[in-house]
Write a protein that binds this ligand. Structure first.
Ligand SMILES: [Zn+2]
Length: 314
């Protein structure tokens, strides 16, 4: 048997944001200042809502507890996470604690977080990746409206992450026929959108990628990327090289098209300050990504991949 979990309702496409009906007395959770949230809420057409905009970037369980203690007695009809990963992660955790349903509205794209049971929060200063069924959205609203005004570099990094997640997810050993269908369709849409300059299709492709990899896993490319993340390299950017090299190593069916899409987007070569052998030791501890990789990976394989990345030998 296989199980695939996705939100009960998914509203997506042009005008999804304004055509969705939002219940009265909802609590909107966001990180952005009133100038921006005012613009978004009037576009949504939402009435009689409460707003909490004090979520800190890279939020902690304290942010969750602040929402709960401030709003439990006000009995909101539903919690709405409006923003990037930070706002959505706080709502993912807080809503089930308050026994409320949740609506997730991503204003950035790439991670597909609105589709997944993942939640990243800090506990005692340390980031933890949690995965529980109760973190899944009851409704997700995906609209390319928010891409307007997003810096070019951020869009490039985000679509790279979505491509990496879709293709690594397709290759994951813990995937099934349905996750592969979703991941393949996600990459086909993202690839066409990149090659034919249709960025407005990125959020939809990213959403499909989240539905696919969120029900299996990513693999070697993501495992390699975290040693670059540790040196401050943006997640999506690090995957431009890491996932390409991983696909070459795994002989993935996506290698050629993935590489072609990355070349079209245009990324600089990655640098690694850490010693390659020490970095490889760190990568080898990441069993969550290496165990589902389609072929077994040795430390020697990781060293070879890291050296290829450093040399730009993709
Ligand atoms: Zn990722």
């Amino acid at each position: 048997m296989h199980t695939v979990r996705i939100p009960k309702i998914i509203n997506f496409g042009k005008d999804a944001l304004s055509q969705t009906e939002y219940p009265r007395n909802a609590l909107i959770v966001t990180t952005v200042p009133p100038e921006l949230s005012d613009k978004w809420t009037s576009k949504m057409g939402i009435k009689d809502f409460m707003l909490y905009d004090k979520v800190t970037p890279e939020p902690s369980i304290e942010d969750v507890n602040a929402v709960i203690s401030q709003f439990r007695d006000k009995d909101p009809s539903v919690l709405i996470g409006l923003g990037g990963g930070s706002s959505m992660d706080v709502v993912k955790y807080a809503a089930p604690e308050m026994k409320k349903e949740k609506i997730l509205i991503p204003t950035t794209f790439g991670t597909g977080a609105e589709m997944t049971t993942y939640c990243v929060l800090k506990f005692e200063g340390k980031k933890k990746l949690l995965r529980e069924d109760r973190f899944l959205a009851d409704m997700a609203v995906v609209d390319s409206y928010f891409m307007d005004g997003t810096p070019e570099q951020v869009i490039k990094n985000s679509v790279c992450d979505a491509c990496a997640q879709a293709t690594e997810g397709y290759d994951s050993k813990i995937g099934n026929d349905m996750t592969r269908t979703l991941c393949k369709q996600a990459f086909d849409i993202l690839y066409a959108a990149i090659m034919e300059d249709r960025p407005e299709d990125y959020p939809y492709g990213s959403m499909l990628s989240g539905m696919g990899f969120g029900n299996c896993s990513t693999t070697l490319g993501h495992a390699l990327s975290y040693v670059f993340s540790n040196e401050g390299v943006p997640h999506g950017y690090s995957l431009s090289s890491c996932t390409t090299v991983a696909h070459k190593h795994n002989r993935s069916v996506f290698y050629d098209r993935f590489k072609e899409a990355m070349e079209k987007l245009g990324f600089d070569r990655l640098e690694l300050k850490a010693d390659v052998s020490e970095a490889a030791d760190v990568v080898m501890t990441d069993r969550g990504h290496l165990d589902p990789n389609p072929i077994p990976i040795s430390k020697g394989d990781v060293v070879k991949c890291l050296e290829d990345i450093k040399a730009g030998n993709l």
